[in-house]
Design a binder for this molecule. Structure first.
Ligand code: ADP
Length: 461
């Protein structure tokens, strides 16, 4: 059962309208040309018959021939009237009626030897007729009039009309059936997609769309599926993110609350109170750090933070960072080197890019033991600039590597927390690098060290 919805109804009506107009034109032209050629044939046949009577008359003009012709015609559905030059009837195949009398009463002049059509208005007149002159011994002698009743022609045409009508009814019925199926076939995928997007807008991301091939509809269906998957992922990410935030904020707050509760007791010793206050201070600082990081991420997410890219000479930029952080490395007895001697210009936001490098160096310090080495390498590779930050620290287990850029992801939770990690640093680094149209990757081997690789576009004149 075909149920028409708005779009298929609209489509069907348009299509049907267009096809009907086309069909009416086609049928009209076909009908007129068939009718015209039928009439033409009839007239030619009538005239040919008149001409053959003339030939017979010219061969043997006598009473017998005249009778013979009249007799012959009286047995057919055509009529013959033979007149003299003044159009007085010599002989006729049947009794003349008014219409015939009227035709032969018209003056005719200069009729060609091959004859001519006298009446071809088959719709309004009683007869179609032709006339052929005949001569005896080269002297014009008279005319052969041929008549054919238009009733027969009209019958013929009306039969033709019936055929046309039947053909039209069959074609229109077939057309309507075709259109219904076609419109259903075309609009079903559209309706499925409409339902899918409605489901999406209501927050239901379980979209099931059949494979719709390689055409535009197929592409649209694939895009909707991708959109649904993306939205689902985003929703899950948001839920996860909110859960992580509340979890991450709750832990330091529990400490703060607990130690504050103990610290405010009167009987507590000053030395213990100072210890508790120290812990409260530390935890508050962690909270402040985390909130700052979250704020940074929120700004990146909302695209409200502006990246002010300017031309930066990369090596001197990295050297200035190196000079600043070297004391921290020295304090932790980690060797720190930079290898950058090329002249490389990049377009970066110095503040944000510094944040990236500092974050990575900070991790290298946090996750390395004393007497190891951290190095910065800068290379030019395939028209791009590659910055490597390599440490000889704890390394990251293989199974954790794909997730280190995710928010709140920490490999070793206790170690990261001890070192004041929030699990947000690398996700901020990744977002910032991507905002610079760059790329960041990580290579690591447990117990050997970790290398972060940043690729950005080199500025060329
Ligand atoms: P955190 O604030 O915990 O350092 P990050 O997002 O900066 O958060 O890093 C995520 C996790 O990746 C860290 O908890 C740590 O386990 C691991 N990690 C990051 N950098 C390094 C490194 N250089 N060496 C070893 N592990 C690292």
């Amino acid at each position: 059962m075909i149920i028409l919805n708005k779009i298929s109804l609209k489509f069907s009506l348009w299509f049907l309208g267009a096809m009907l107009i086309l069909e009416v034109f086609l049928f009209f032209f076909l009908h007129t040309s068939i009718v015209n050629s039928r009439i033409e044939e009839e007239l030619q046949a009538l005239q040919a018959r008149g001409n053959s009577h003339r030939d017979v008359l010219e061969d043997a003009y006598n009473k017998e021939t005249l009778h013979h012709i009249a007799l012959m015609e009286s047995k057919t559905d055509t009529e013959v009237i033979i007149t003299d030059l003044n159009q007085n009837v010599i002989i006729a195949s049947s009794k003349l009626d008014k219409a015939e009398e009227q035709v032969i009463s018209h003056n005719i002049k200069d009729v060609p030897y091959s004859g001519s059509v006298l009446e071809d208005r088959w719709r309004s007149e009683k007869y179609i007729s032709t006339v052929t002159p005949f001569s005896i011994n080269e002297n014009p002698k008279g005319y052969v009039y041929m008549f054919r009743s238009t009733d027969q022609v009209q019958n013929l045409i009306s039969r033709l009309n019936h055929h046309f009508l039947a053909a039209a009814i069959i074609t229109i019925t077939l057309l309507i059936i075709c259109i219904l199926f076609l419109s259903k076939a075309l609009t079903t995928p559209l309706i499925q997609m409409k339902k899918a997007t409605e489901k999406l807008s209501k927050g239901d991301f379980s979209v099931h769309l059949p494979d719709m091939g390689d055409d535009e509809l197929g592409e649209l269906s694939r895009s909707i599926k991708i959109l649904a998957a993306d939205l689902k992922h985003l929703k899950e990410e948001r839920v996860e993110f909110l859960a992580s935030i509340s979890h991450e904020l709750r832990t330091p707050l529990t400490y703060i609350k607990g130690y504050a509760d103990v610290a405010r007791r009167k009987e507590i010793k000053k030395i213990d109170r100072d210890l508790y206050l120290g812990i409260i201070y530390e935890e508050s600082e962690k909270l402040a750090d985390m909130i700052k990081d979250l704020f940074d991420l929120a700004k990146i997410d909302k695209n409200t933070f502006a990246i002010n890219r300017v031309q930066v000479e990369l090596c001197s930029f990295l050297h200035s960072i190196y000079d600043k952080v070297l004391p921290v490395f020295k304090e932790k007895e980690i060797e720190f080197e930079i290898h950058c001697s090329h002249s490389l210009t990049v377009m970066v936001d110095p503040m944000r890019f510094k944040q990236v490098v500092l974050n990575l160096l900070d991790n290298a310090i946090k996750y390395s033991l004393p007497h190891t080495k951290t190095e910065i390498f800068v290379k030019r590779e395939k028209g791009k600039v590659l910055i490597e930050i390599k440490d000889e620290g704890y390394g990251i287990p293989k199974e954790d590597l794909p997730f280190v850029f995710e928010r709140f992801y920490r490999v070793d939770k206790s170690r990261s927390k001890d070192s004041g990690g929030t699990g947000l640093g690398l996700s901020i680094v990744k977002e910032l690098i991507e905002a610079h149209d760059g790329n960041i990757n990580v290579k690591s081997e447990l117990g050997k060290g970790t290398t972060f690789l940043i690729t950005i576009e080199e500025m060329t004149e």
